[in-house]
Design a protein around this ligand. Structure first.
Ligand code: ADP
Length: 468
């Protein structure tokens, strides 16, 4: 009786699937829908890593499709305001300012608190001089930041990230075998017989599949996914998204995890504690020795040692009412470059007395006065390392919010930029480059290494995918 029931069930399922046209079991290759397209290399995401991968694959003769979910390419790469980190470049040689590959590895490992994968870090550093040469070959021009910071290479003029994306776009435009599909979101990685063979996408022309011999994941981090950030690290619950473009919402990490990719270092983020109106302010305005201002919450009270590490400071601010704080500083701090910048960009308020400042910020005047007086008298329940003074009027107040600046965690890769599964084995056909990668920076990233890794691992992914 039971057996008959099962056979009947099977017949019904087969008939149903015949009628609905869904006869193919999930493990079998599906017949392509009429809209489905094929290519050699499919790149998901059009920030720095995606554009470099796509250009590299195209210049090596492959047919390439890059899908970007936003109406324009650029991602968070376009807002990279600083520069690139590179070692043993021609610039270092010309300037007589050494920053060697070994220095580069050491600095990256130390900043990661020893958690980064040293094999990947070595690949990054050893390829950095070539990456610099490539940027110069695209017409970009750089100089070393300073003798004190020789690791840092910055544009001779103009905005670093905007220039970079413009140059990549111009380069991508040279290749007829490279198609960029904007407003097209990857929704799922397609696996057949244990190998990645494409991705499902949704564009303005509907949903379809793009089949490819290799897929390069370059969807960036999760800076614009505050709930997801809080899931991975509850210290950052309520984090703001001041310092990100809209696209990086962790899609690639979710899609890769759904097919068994290993995720690494997901609890680590680079948080900037002080930001508002789309800018971040250097923490020196609250922790410069003998000069810094203070942070107060909505009760007009100090709550923290303002000199603690930026990401710990961010977590402390996020614990306060409305996840924010006010920076209070005096004219001495205002007169520094960073004080003025914070005031202007943060659209701060200014007053001759602390009580008037409190009124403008909507804080209790007597409490703020008591807080500032106690601080000026050296009373410090938080064991602040370097005490300053808030004594010279006029006084300034700026509202500040912690923002996520960089996602350290992401999918695990090997030196060929191949994505690894939870057992550490390669997921055939799937590569990753850029901020979607985890394991490269552990608990902390050297500024400027990130656009370097876009280039280094973007190129490696494309070349390995093509057997070059
Ligand atoms: P990276 O430096 O790693 O290139 P970016 O933030 O510069 O990172 O770029 C990532 C890009 O990926 C962004 O332009 C973002 O809009 C895009 N992106 C994110 N998720 C998707 C998705 N599901 N489909 C297509 N593009 C995506």
């Amino acid at each position: 009786m039971r057996r008959i029931g099962i056979i009947m069930m099977l017949i019904i399922v087969l008939m149903m699937s015949f009628l609905t046209g869904c006869t193919t079991p999930a493990s079998q290759p599906q017949a392509p829908a009429s809209k489905d397209v094929t290519t050699d290399v499919l790149v998901l995401g059009g920030g720095g890593a995606g554009l470099v991968s796509a250009i590299t694959a195209a210049e090596n003769g492959a047919n390439v499709i890059l899908v970007e979910k936003m109406p324009a390419v650029g991602g968070n790469t376009i807002i990279s305001a600083t520069g690139i980190t590179a070692s043993d470049t021609k610039l270092h040689e010309e300037a007589g300012l050494p920053f060697t590959v070994e220095d580069h590895i050491k600095k990256t490992m130390e900043t990661s608190k020893g958690l980064a994968d040293e094999k990947l870090v070595r690949v990054l550093a050893e390829n950095s001089s070539d990456a610099y040469d490539w940027l110069v070959s695209l017409g970009l021009s750089y100089k070393i930041q300073s003798a004190e910071e020789p690791f840092w290479i910055i544009p001779t003029e103009g905005h670093y990230g905007a220039q970079l994306v413009k140059a990549f776009q111009a380069e991508a435009g040279k290749y007829k075998n490279l198609e960029i599909k904007l407003n097209t979101k990857a929704t799922e990685i397609i696996v057949e017989d244990g190998k990645v063979v494409g991705a499902k996408v949704e564009g303005q022309d509907g949903a379809y599949a793009i089949k490819a011999k290799s897929v390069i994941l370059a969807t960036g981090g999760l800076n614009n996914a505050p709930e997801m950030i809080a899931e991975y690290n509850s210290n950052y619950k309520g984090v703001n998204t001041e310092m990100t473009t809209p696209g990086p919402t962790g899609d690639g990490i979710k899609m890769a995890a759904a097919i068994g990719a290993q995720l690494k270092d997901m609890e680590y983020f680079q948080m900037r504690p002080l930001s508002a109106n789309g800018y971040w302010y250097k923490e020196v305005i609250v922790n410069e020795e003998g000069k810094g201002g203070i942070l107060v919450n909505k009760k007009a009270e100090r709550f923290v040692d303002e000199t603690m590490k930026p990401w710990d400071l961010a977590a402390e601010i996020l614990k306060q009412e409305d996840n924010m704080a006010y920076i209070i500083f005096d004219t001495d701090v205002y007169n520094t470059k960073d004080g003025k910048k914070a005031f202007d960009q943060g659209k701060g308020v200014k007053a001759d007395t602390i009580e008037e400042l409190a009124a403008q910020l909507g804080l209790d005047a007597a409490t703020l006065k008591a807080t500032v007086d106690a601080y000026n008298a050296g009373q410090d329940p938080f064991n602040r390392k370097a005490m300053g003074k808030v004594t010279v009027g006029p006084f300034y107040g700026v509202k500040t919010l912690p923002s996520s600046h960089y996602t350290m965690g992401g999918v695990a890769i090997n030196e060929n930029a191949q994505v690894l599964n939870e057992s550490g084995n390669v997921i055939e056909g799937l590569y990753a480059a850029g901020e979607v990668v985890g394991g490269l920076y552990g608990a902390g990233r050297v500024a400027g290494n990130n656009t370097l890794d876009d280039i280094v691992f973007g190129k490696i992914a494309a070349k390995h995918a093509l057997g070059k």
